[in-house]
Design a protein around this ligand. Sequence first.
Ligand code: G1P
Length: 291
Amino acid sequence: MSKPLRKAVLPVAGLGTRFLPATKAMAKEMLPVVDKPLIQYAIEEARAAGIEQFCMVTGRGKTALVEHFDIAFELEATLRQRGKTAELKMLHDQQLPPGSIVTVRQQEPLGLGHAIWCARAFIGEDPFAILLPDDLVLSETPCMQQLADVYAETGGCVVAVTEVPRNQTNRYGILDIESDDGRLVAVKGLVEKPKPADAPSNLSIIGRYVMLPQVIEYLARMQRGAGNEVQLTDGMAQLIGKVPFHGLRYEGRRFDCGDRIGFLEAQIAFALKRPDIGPAVRAFLKSYVKP
Ligand code: G1P
């Protein structure tokens, strides 16, 4: 039987240059979608999939990400004094057990593969999830739970995948497909950000993975790939043929919140889903966007 999935690595050291000036003095993972920061969506999604231990790979200027998961005693005292019990309850419900988050530093932006390698002591010999908080998934079953279910079936690596237009293959990790049953895709190769003409398919990886710890030994070789960075995709590709490796066409819709349009689309989609504000947002959109 395969080891249970209890750990997640969240790479959050990126500079957020695509989101300047908002991210000049603020971590991009603290940008809220409606009223919750991206990092919190990622942690909640992981917890819903049974994950108990979290490692954030951070860098300079990212302290707010750690503080966000602390207990804010002054804030709580004030809320209590003012009788704001709903807000207090919300904060308590979101509280993580003590000691469940650690951070490691990635001192230089050498790539996603390098960021994951920085978490090697946390990972040890265990399987682990990776969540890129920029990618937000709206779904019935949390995306990471869907991957965890496949991991429980196969005991191998699983990446969440979705079709992208051919002219966008150079933005993503792309699958070379061995076989495809419409839901699960057996993978025979992976290419990071190929030009459309060189792409083996248009099935792209989104920021949700279940990985086996063996990937670390390949990342440790520090081979540079696309963009002269150490790519997670290249490290994962080395595992193909050695362990089961699948892509999962997950149920749900992904929003690329590292991109202005994707971020705005996420605001609208998540707001419309909320029972408290959804109807008002829908009414506004109807009246504002004239056909
Ligand atoms: C990273 C990965 C890429 C993946 C993407 C998903 O790219 O390297 O394989 O498709 O995340 O969002 P990045 O967005 O960091 O350039």
